[in-house]
Design a protein around this ligand. Structure first.
Ligand SMILES: CC(C)(COP(=O)(O)OP(=O)(O)OC[C@H]1O[C@@H](n2cnc3c(N)ncnc32)[C@H](O)[C@@H]1OP(=O)(O)O)[C@@H](O)C(=O)NCCC(=O)NCCS
Length: 252
């Protein structure tokens, strides 16, 4: 018992110097890339060269996907209302949920359970279809094939990290197409989930990878909105259909 209310295995101070996961922060900043430091802080150990290259690719893949991506639209609309940068970026992060950027977590959980509990991809697809549920990490609003997925698979393969989790993800993609009759591509969340599983990360960290990558893009968008655009964005009235009650009198 330390007698203290807070404990952490991430950062500590020794003789006035901050250490992260046991390494001097003042040495890390001179010798490590940001990606290596992210791997270290999340996993507790430094990545090897190949893991660092693959994590770097995942983070870049998530950095931005246009003004129309929900997290970015929300952040820019909020920024246009005159709030500080931190508030606008935070609202963008808050929009990251199970259907946008946040499917990594649940997808990684499924892939890791398939391996740990000896389940089969076919069983996962059949169960989801039976319950009319969507399998996280598959399908996309605009892509039949997600170009980011193909590029990430290539980077993973080049770095010796295309293993059983990516195979499972691709098998689910094939089984889903058979079951639904339409290609529901392994999307950016799904491939990120498979790759973080290849690197031994807990599925509970899933959303974190997307958040870390996307925050850089959100900061750029919020800054652009604040410095280039007129205040107060509104969605177009042409995009809104009213389907409530017709005009009526309040009761007397
Ligand atoms: C991304 C997503 C919201 C796109 O949805 P969408 O544009 O409405 O999808 P589609 O119109 O192509 O869906 C066609 C059919 O496939 C089904 N479908 C779509 N994604 C599915 C999935 N992941 N698993 C199982 N079935 C799925 C839909 O239910 C629909 O079937 P229905 O016509 O019987 O209702 C959707 O695929 C989804 O919810 N995916 C899971 C969450 C996810 O991975 N999000 C991250 C996106 S980067």
């Amino acid at each position: 018992m330390t007698g203290k209310n807070w404990k952490s295995a991430i950062t500590g101070h020794f003789e006035g110097i901050p250490y992260v996961r046991g390494y001097k922060l003042t040495e890390m900043l001179a010798k490590l890339s940001f990606t290596q430091a992210i791997f270290l802080v999340l996993k507790g150990e430094l990545p090897n060269e190949k893991e660092a290259a693959v994590l770097n690719a995942i983070l870049i893949a998530s950095i931005d996907h246009g003004v129309e991506a929900p997290s970015t639209t929300v952040a820019r609309i909020t920024a246009s209302c005159g709030v500080p940068l931190s508030t606008a970026v935070a609202t963008g992060v808050a929009a990251i949920g199970d259907s946008h950027g946040g499917a990594i977590e649940e997808a990684a959980k499924i892939f890791q359970e398939i391996v740990e509990k000896g389940k089969s991809p076919t069983e996962i697809v059949e169960k989801a279809r039976f319950k009319s549920e969507r399998i996280p990490g598959f399908g996309h609003k605009i892509y039949d094939t997600d170009p980011r997925t193909l590029a990430l698979i290539e980077v993973a393969e080049k770095n010796g990290l295309k293993g059983k989790y990516i195979e499972i993800a691709l098998e689910i993609e094939r089984e889903l197409e058979k079951a639904v009759g339409k290609k529901l591509c392994l999307n950016i969340d799904g491939i990120t989930a498979a790759i973080i599983s290849e690197m031994g990360f807990d599925w509970k960290l899933g959303k974190g990878f997307f958040i870390i990558g996307r925050i850089a893009g959100l900061v750029a968008h919020v800054y652009e909105e604040q410095t280039r655009e007129k205040p107060v964005r509104r969605i177009s009235e042409d995009d809104v259909a009213y389907d409530g009650p017709k005009p009526r009198q309040l009761p007397k």
